[in-house]
Design a protein around this ligand. Structure first.
Ligand code: ATP
Length: 248
């Protein structure tokens, strides 16, 4: 469904993405693993189109020059120059790193913000399904998002992204700062989302171990470049990958 080819992103002269090509098929879960600064968030911003907004903002305020190259297609249609809100309409929805909830708004308000493109009926149905997947949120709906634990906030952030009814959900480091127990809960939920909604999901993470059991295929990035790719098992069988990304 999504094919990205030859993606290059420069922040001024700094090459943040170096010729990255990545594919995600329908109903697949794809992992993208890499250390700090490998370029994972830049990749997510490029796929969602948010990088184009950043580019424009920087240009208007006379800041750094951001250059983006490469091609992205969704369902065989070129979306490379499509603005982020139009990509969202076509189904690409980003759940950003560090969740970015509105801390003073309630969980319910945060979820409703995600449904800005939906009809009332769709929003209600999607909310029911989000609360089925993330049932601990049911009793937290009227609490300020800023008062939730990290794990609960992550559920609310993924829930908000789901409210936009994605066909391709981009999860940027959803496990960041979560306890192993919550990491497990979030990964199980992601698996259920794929099963229930038949959507595609791309997940970035620094550490592959908690994510690898649920991915169909994964890429490893270093310094903006793709250094390896394969099925979860292929990556697990590779001693270099094991040492660097599985903590073995
Ligand atoms: P992390 O795990 O720390 O979030 P990441 O893999 O998501 O890392 P990116 O945030 O994409 O990596 O950053 C890739 C590189 O681009 C880094 O060297 C970072 O410092 C740089 N970078 C990111 N955003 C900007 C920006 N707006 N201006 C300049 N450099 C940037």
């Amino acid at each position: 469904m999504l094919v990205a080819e030859g993606l290059m992103v420069f922040y001024e002269n700094m090459l943040a993405l170096n010729n990255i090509s990545i594919k995600c098929g329908e109903n697949q879960i794809i992992g993208v693993f890499g250390a700090n600064s490998a370029g994972k968030s830049t990749l997510m911003y490029t796929l969602s189109g948010i990088i184009l907004d950043q580019m424009k903002k920087e240009k208007m305020r006379g800041g750094e020059q951001i250059t983006v190259m490469g091609e992205i297609s969704l369902f065989d249609q070129d979306i490379s120059s499509l603005k982020p809100h139009l990509r969202a309409r076509r189904g690409i929805v980003l759940c950003p790193e560090r969740r970015r909830l509105f801390p003073e708004s309630s969980v319910l308000e945060n979820l409703k913000i995600g449904a800005y493109m939906a009809t009332k009926k769709e929003a209600k149905e999607t909310l029911d399904y989000v609360l089925e997947i993330f049932s601990p949120l049911k009793k937290l709906l009227h609490r300020s998002a800023g008062f939730l634990s990290g794990g609960e906030q992550q559920m609310a952030a993924i829930g908000r992204a789901l409210m936009a009814q994605p066909k391709l959900l981009l999860l940027d480091e959803p496990l960041l700062g979560l306890s192993p127990a919550y990491q497990q809960v979030v990964m199980e939920s992601v698996k259920r989302i794929r099963e229930m909604k038949k959507i595609s999901i791309i997940i970035t993470e620094q550490f592959a171990r908690p994510v690898i059991p649920i991915v169909d295929y994964a890429y490893i990035m270093e310094n903006g470049s793709r250094v390896m790719s394969g099925s979860g098992q292929e990556l697990l069988d590779n001693p270099d990958v094991k040492a660097a990304y599985f903590g073995v």
